[in-house]
Write a protein that binds this ligand. Structure first.
Ligand code: PEP
Ligand code: MG
Length: 898
């Protein structure tokens, strides 16, 4: 089997379809080479070798792939006309990781590999550029030290030995920038760096290029199991057995002088989705300089440059002189690059994120991948590409990552409140959104307050976890393609980068703007769409769901066959969900209505009543309140089915546990405090989740069911009189035997009959049940003889199938996930392997007696994309989820049907 795949000079052993084997980067490098894009030649060691490495270790793996690697290096040598390790005409290479999907900042890169004390002299002669050669050498030692030899600082208290040496030299020479180092300075740095390596590792820096190469390859493999990579995989749900490929490529240099440079570009705007080519570059720099955000990058297009200058308040003269676009500075290179970006987007039919380098006037494309984007950009690009005829409707729908829609549904700043806002500074609108939070300056303190704004001079991959926790991200340095910007857009998190006016002091934990000091804990607000940084809190409003969002949702309805309902307990939630496109209510939890102050009193009286008469008296008080609730909900959902569930939770949840409240209750009910207390302790259960709840309440206290059934039917009839169509579906919770259901059904139907007679009118309604106890799933064929619909309550079903208490699982689930016992939280993502069997069996058995049985799900899983797909495959009629997840479920439902 082939373990090493070559590419370059318009040929390649692999192609873009081989992402699993070659990683995303390797597969795309091969593909680019095949379609005639100038990529530096190289080769990819497959992801399978990474897995072999984890099993067999370094020596065995090196032996196994040595002949293929030697042959591949020869191939590069032939194309580039230079030799690896040669003193006269040296070939240098880069070594990078590349997993199936890109993991920003997760894996490490080594550039300029192959340099040593002799090769550097050859390189200087050959390129006629001594400064460049020594600068490359010192960068190489630094990167190799960090990445391969483990000298990268672990925490903020740790110092980077290389940075320390550079800072000391700058101080001594009284200079500020790296570019001010003389050639002798660079030589001194190389010497000092090597000393630092020896001091830290106990070994000399490796001088043999082949040793360097194997060291780097192994470091890439090891980085697959590094903390950050593991965290990112966990966050994204990627399995750990994918492994990473290693890409070795001929070096090309962006730092060979003023006719060289490097940059990052996007075929469309990754923040807004606008169809404009954009990106940033730096003259005389290597790739890391652009992303690290240490120099202010320039824009690729003239349009971008003008927009940037306006935001950064740079005068046109200054802009043209100091920050010209590539389009203005090097028109020919720009035209060539523009041609490639069009070709690549046409080829991949998706927005591309590319890296390029110009070496002495020659343009090379180093990398291309589908660009990360915000939720808004995701939707706009899908719709635009559909309209541009690049993709079809199904492809457009499949371009939507359902969970990312969440970003579009959440509040934006209220324009009124924004008018009053005091803008203290402006940065680049790196990732849109509105964020208000308290200032923190360190990623590991992002959870110090409930809402935080992580504020950094610049961010690095170590900050990933904190960035994920923070509400918004603010950096003083870095452009639109800085680490912070790219990562934030991927997370859909509001981010402002490159706000140069901010002076951040980590020691004093302060932020100073225009002489005014802000401290850790102070509130600020970020408008990621304009780049405005605002003092204090700004209030927010609901977003408008029009334009491309509405178009994609409409498109989803064309393909989705499984309906999406919502779980809603109030008219307000019902209305919100309907706006999001809910096609009915799948669950109204009636108990939620009883928690309001004036209702809970009547509820408590009902619970504490000793006699049926007493209970009925209290229920009579509750009836009009319930009826009013149902009228509101039915009206909001008119014409659509509304599933109302009978009372479910353990009764003691409603009784007062505080003495003062108990006293009040005693007074109100004209009974003694002792009587109240003893009743409360009677209700106390060892295991409330498995105790006196669900249909067990209605079967022991039938008058509760009577009251609820009456309220539902009366509400529907009252609306009917007003010409409003209500379609109630009455749902019995927590049944385990068909007899439990039958008893409830009789009460409901008898009550309905009575009400019909009283009103001298009727309505249509269904009586069905939840399937949330394993026994119900096992005997679903019997239950379906009676029940008119099933709704899977996968919260309880998960609880009872796993035997994990819903109320206590948070104590051990995170540890289970960390240890890999569970991949994900089964209360969030439906466990298809186990709980899923009960769902599938329940559906099949139910339909074996009643072929047209209506089946849905109303557990939390109903809004989780992978679970929605499962429900579709099982053959459900609908899923039901919380209002904000409705659009997500609609897209997931359409995708499942495609
Ligand atoms: C369920 O158990 O899945 C369900 C929807 O009911 P609840 O969460 O109210 O127990
Ligand atoms: Mg339940």
């Amino acid at each position: 089997k082939t373990r090493v795949y070559k590419f370059g000079n318009k040929t390649a052993d692999g192609n873009s379809k081989m992402k699993n084997l070659l990683g995303g980067k390797g597969a795309n490098l091969a593909e680019m080479s095949l379609i005639g894009i100038p990529v530096p030649p190289g080769f990819t060691i497959t992801t399978e070798v990474c897995t072999e490495y984890n099993l067999l270790g370094k020596d065995a793996v090196v032996k196994m792939i040595l002949p293929e690697v030697e042959e591949s290096i020869e191939n590069i040598e032939k194309i580039m006309g230079a030799q690896f390790g040669d003193k006269e005409n040296p070939l240098l290479v880069s070594v990078r990781s590349g997993a199936r999907v890109s993991m920003p900042g997760m894996m490490d890169t080594v550039l300029n590999l192959g340099l040593n004390d002799e090769v550097v002299i050859g390189l200087a002669k050959r390129t006629n550029n001594e400064r460049f050669a020594w600068d490359s050498y010192r960068r190489f030692i630094q990167m190799y030290g960090d990445v391969v030899l483990g000298m990268k600082p672990e925490s903020k208290d740790d110092i980077d030995p290389f940075e320390e040496i550079m800072e000391a030299l700058k101080h001594k020479r009284n200079i500020k920038l790296d570019t001010e180092f003389t050639i002798q300075d660079l030589k001194d740095l190389v010497y000092d760096f090597k000393e630092a390596v020896k001091k830290r590792t106990g070994h000399d820096f490796p001088t043999n290029p082949w040793d360097q190469l194997w060291g780097a390859v192994v470091a890439v493999f090891n980085s697959w199991n590094g903390d950050r990579a593991v965290y990112y995989r966990k966050m994204s749900g990627y399995p750990s057995d994918w492994g990473t490929a290693v890409n070795v490529q001929a070096m090309v240099y962006g730092n060979m002088g003023d006719n060289s440079g490097t940059g990052v570009c996007f075929t469309r705007d990754a923040g807004t989705g606008e169809d404009v080519f954009n990106g940033e570059y730096l003259i005389n720099a290597q790739g890391e300089d652009v992303v690290a955000g240490t120099r202010t990058p320039q824009q690729i297009t003239k349009l971008g440059s003008l927009r940037w200058a306006e935001l950064a308040k740079v005068e046109e003269e200054d802009r043209f002189k100091n920050y010209p676009s590539l389009e203005e500075l090097m028109p020919n290179i720009y035209l060539e690059l523009n041609g490639y970006q069009q070709k690549l987007e046409d080829h991949y039919k998706d927005m591309q994120d590319m890296e390029f380098t110009m070496q002495d006037g020659k343009l090379w494309i180093l990398q291309t991948r589908n660009g990360k984007r915000t939720g808004a950009a995701m939707v706009k690009i899908a719709i635009d590409m559909l309209k541009q005829g690049m993709i079809d409707e199904k492809q457009a729908l499949l371009r939507i990552e359902p969970n990312k829609l969440d970003e579009l549904l959440h509040p934006v700043f209220d324009p009124k409140s924004l008018k009053k806002a005091h803008v203290i500074a402006q940065g680049l609108p790196a990732s849109p959104g509105a964020a208000t939070g308290q200032l923190v300056f360190f990623a590991d303190e992002a959870n110090k307050y409930k809402y935080t704004i992580l504020t950094r001079i610049e961010t690095s991959p170590e900050d990933l976890e904190g960035m994920n926790i923070a509400r918004g991200i603010l950096t003083a340095r870095g452009g639109m393609t800085s680490h912070a910007a790219v990562v934030a857009r991927g997370m859909g998190k509001c981010c402002i980068s490159g706000a140069g006016a901010l002076k951040i002091n980590y020691k004093t934990r302060t932020l100073t703007v225009d002489g005014k000091e802000y401290h850790e804990g102070d509130w600020i607000s970020l408008n990621g769409s304009t780049g405005n940084i605002i003092e204090g809190k700004v209030s927010t409003i609901e977003p408008e769901l029009s334009g491309e969002f509405a178009e994609i949702m409409k498109l989803s309805d064309k393909y989705a066959t499984m309906k999406v309902r919502t779980n809603a307990d109030t008219p307000k939630d019902a209305k919100a969900a309907r706006n999001f496109g809910a096609q009915g209510i799948g669950l109204t939890r009636t108990e939620h209505m009883f928690f309001e102050v004036d209702r809970i009193k009547a509820m408590r009286e009902m619970i504490l009543a000793d006699t049926v008469k007493g209970r009925k008296y209290a229920l009579d008080q509750l009836l009009p309140m319930q009826r009013e609730d149902f009228e509101g909900i039915f009206e909001a959902m008119q014409g659509l089915p509304v599933t109302v569930r009978l009372l479910d939770p353990p009764l003691h949840e409603f009784v007062p546990h505080q003495l003062t409240q108990q006293k009040e209750l005693a007074e109100e009910m004209h009974i003694s405090l002792e009587a109240v207390k003893s009743k409360i302790s009677e209700l106390e259960e060892f295991n409330p989740m498995l105790g006196h709840r669900g249909c067990r309440l209605g079967n022991t206290y039938p008058e509760i069911t009577e009251m609820q059934a009456r309220a539902i039917i009366e509400a529907a009839l009252n609306l009917k009189a007003k010409g409003i169509v209500a379609i109630p579906e009455i749902m019995v919770p927590l049944i385990g035997t068909v007899e439990e259901f039958e008893m409830q059904e009789n009460i409901i139907r008898n009550t309905a009959q009575k009400v019909f007679e009283e009103y001298n009118d009727t309505i249509e309604f269904l009586v069905g049940t939840m399937i949330e106890i394993p026994r119900a799933a096992l005997t679903a064929d019997l239950i379906a003889k009676k029940a008119e619909f099933f709704s899977f309550g996968t919260n309880d079903l998960t609880q009872m199938a796993f035997g994990y208490s819903r109320d206590d699982a948070s104590k051990f689930l995170p540890i289970y996930i960390e240890k890999g016992i569970l991949k994900v939280d089964p209360f969030e993502v439906l466990d298809q392997e186990g709980v899923g069997q009960l769902v599938k069996m329940g559906t099949e058995k139910g339909r074996s007696t009643k072929p047209n049985l209506k089946v849905g799900i109303c557990g939390e899983h109903g809004g989780e994309p992978s679970s929605v797909e499962f429900c579709y495959n099982v053959g459900m009629n609908y899923v039901s989820c919380s209002p904000f997840r409705v659009p997500i479920a609609r897209i997931a439902s359409a995708q499942a049907a495609i």
